[in-house]
Ligand binder design. Structure first.
Ligand code: PGA
Length: 256
């Protein structure tokens, strides 16, 4: 049993029009607003943040963005800044593997973004995780450790308390092939938590949440969240349907 409050975040990715997003939030609210044991974060597309913010106003739910730029403002056509997001969001996902693979995100840019986010009171959810090739080559621990260390460069222990790490093995994202509870927990407990301990000290590391992401669904969530160092989940596909997401959040409430 840990003292860490579980968290479940919904990563809607590039899905849902404004109308669809409003409907989904509406469908989620009656069940989710009753669940106090879990920190629940919805990460809709940018175009829905303003409306979602109004929809969740009377609840404990929080909003997150899926990305941001590290610069304060200026000539960066198509980008969005931390201060723009801070009007609506408490969290921001940084370094998702889709951004790393398709949009040139690196540990260095994730680190810059983390510093800017924190300066604007946005809590970064920093994603790490190895590719299939790296996994098969036995490089998981080394890859994940490097991603953590480089993404967290020059972050102070005080700042670290506002950071969430999400371990998302690339081979498990959207494939239906989730990591085994034991396999994921090994990475959380034996790779990520020790790095956090080394960087920020034992007490802070113990309090930081490490989410698992990659094909979490209503069926496997309970087993995953029951593990010692899996403090919740970052949910893609299963967050797009109200019933499935509510079931995942309930699993977190029951097992963590
Ligand atoms: P998935 O996505 O749950 O659809 O595997 C998770 C994520 O990419 O955050």
């Amino acid at each position: 049993m840990t003292a860490r409050k579980p968290m479940v975040a919904a990563n809607w990715k590039m899905n849902k029009t404004a109308f669809e997003a409003r409907e989904l939030t509406q469908a989620l609210l009656p069940e989710l607003k009753k669940i106090e044991a879990v920190d629940i974060v919805l990460c809709p597309p940018f175009t829905n943040l303003s409306l979602a913010c109004e929809q969740i106003a009377e609840t404990d739910l929080k909003l997150g963005a899926q990305n941001m730029h590290w610069q304060e403002k200026g000539a960066f056509t198509g980008e969005i800044s931390a201060s723009m997001l801070a009007d609506f969001c408490d969290y921001v996902i940084l370094g998702h593997s889709e951004r790393r693979q398709m949009f040139g995100e690196t540990n260095e840019t994730v680190n810059k973004k983390a510093h800017t986010a924190l300066a604007h009171d946005l809590k970064p959810i920093i994603c790490v995780g190895e590719s299939l090739e790296q996994n098969q080559a036995g490089e998981t621990a080394q890859v994940v450790e490097t991603q953590c260390r480089e993404s967290l460069q020059a972050i102070t222990p005080e700042q670290a308390q506002n950071i969430v790490i999400a371990y998302e093995p690339v081979w498990a994202i959207g494939t239906g092939l989730a990591a085994t509870p034991e396999g994921a927990n090994e990475v959380h407990r034996d790779v990520i938590r020790p790095v956090l301990r080394d960087l920020f000290g034992a007490e802070i590391a113990e309090g930081m949440r490490i989410l698992y992401g990659g094909s979490v669904n209503a069926e496997n969530a309970g087993e995953l969240f029951a593990m010692s160092d899996i403090d919740g989940g970052l949910i893609g596909g299963a967050s797009l349907k109200a019933d499935a997401f509510v079931a995942v959040v309930k699993a977190a409430a029951e097992t963590l």
